[in-house]
Design a binder for this molecule. Structure first.
Ligand code: NAP
Length: 252
């Protein structure tokens, strides 16, 4: 039996769990941080909540006889990834990072790359006045001091203070359509979009809408990839890596 821990919270993690479900000789546990109130659950066994840092994850891996860990968390979940690197290193268990590729600007795009959310907040007053903020509810405190700007913040769950003074919150979960994003940005007279470089298809519509409207987009760069850890960009590549790592006995 190959025991696989999938660190999840993404579409890729759910698709990987689905692809592994029912495979002979395979037991998959998907792990979620447990912070979204009504998460989209993967098929199969699910656990929720933090492990208690690298030491807690190391202990969990031992207790559950985990043979391999796939970190399929969001590209910006840097603490979880660092914890996975340390814990699997200590446990002597292989780790694969499954990270969808980042977005690429195309002709017509006006993207301003920044290294962090704080840098995005610093740049914003030079770029626009009516901001569509799509960086997640926990990023709002970073923008709290910008009283000269108006914000439309979209998130899955309601944000907590501190938050920008002039703020409208839109509770919604993707995927979104280009038509919908165009209408939203027009109706709210948005003049700048802020996004993380999350990648993937679920939330590209806002970028296409911004291009069509000729709006600037402030794009927050991903945290660096941990050195020396194998990484793939698709679920299919992850399955191939698992087959290679686990050996032919497991493939059937
Ligand atoms: P983070 O800052 O790297 O994680 C903070 C802590 O939350 C981790 O140290 C860990 O606690 C716990 N945690 C995170 N992911 C976990 C998982 N899959 N299973 C168990 N514990 C987990 O990450 P985050 O930005 O808070 O993201 C949390 C979750 O939301 C992830 O599953 C991620 O894929 C998803 N998500 C994040 C974003 C984003 O923009 N960051 C967007 C969409 C979805 P312990 O140290 O106690 O183990």
């Amino acid at each position: 039996m190959l025991n696989i821990l999938v660190l999840g919270g993404t579409d890729e993690a759910r698709r990987l769990a689905a692809a592994l479900a029912g495979r002979a000789g395979t037991h998959v546990v998907s792990s979620l941080a447990g912070r979204v109130r009504d998460p989209r659950l993967p098929v199969g066994e699910v656990r929720e909540g933090g492990f208690g840092g690298p030491a807690g994850l190391r202990a969990w891996i031992g207790e559950h006889r985990i043979d391999v860990v796939v970190d399929a968390t969001h590209p910006f979940a840097a603490r979880m990834t660092a914890s996975a690197v340390e814990a699997t290193g200590r446990a002597g268990v292989p780790l694969l990072i499954l990270r969808r590729p980042g977005w690429q600007a195309a002709p017509g795009d006006d993207w301003r790359w920044v290294p962090s959310l704080a840098a995005a907040a610093e740049l914003l007053p030079e770029v626009g006045e009516r901001v569509f903020l799509t960086t997640g509810r926990r990023s709002l405190p970073v923008f709290a001091g910008l009283d000269g700007l108006w914000f439309l913040a979209r998130s899955v769950d309601p944000p907590q203070p501190p938050a920008p003074r002039r703020l409208e919150v839109l509770l919604s979960r993707g995927p979104f359509t280009v038509e919908g994003e165009l209408a939203l940005m027009r109706d709210h007279r948005v003049d700048v979009l802020v996004t993380k470089d999350s990648g993937g298809q679920m939330t590209t519509a806002k970028l296409l809408a911004a291009r069509e409207l000729g709006l600037p987009v402030v794009v927050v760069r991903r945290p660096p990839h941990p050195a020396g850890v194998p990484a793939v960009g698709t679920v299919e590549e992850a399955l191939t890596w698992l087959e290679t790592t686990a050996g032919p006995a497991w493939q059937g």
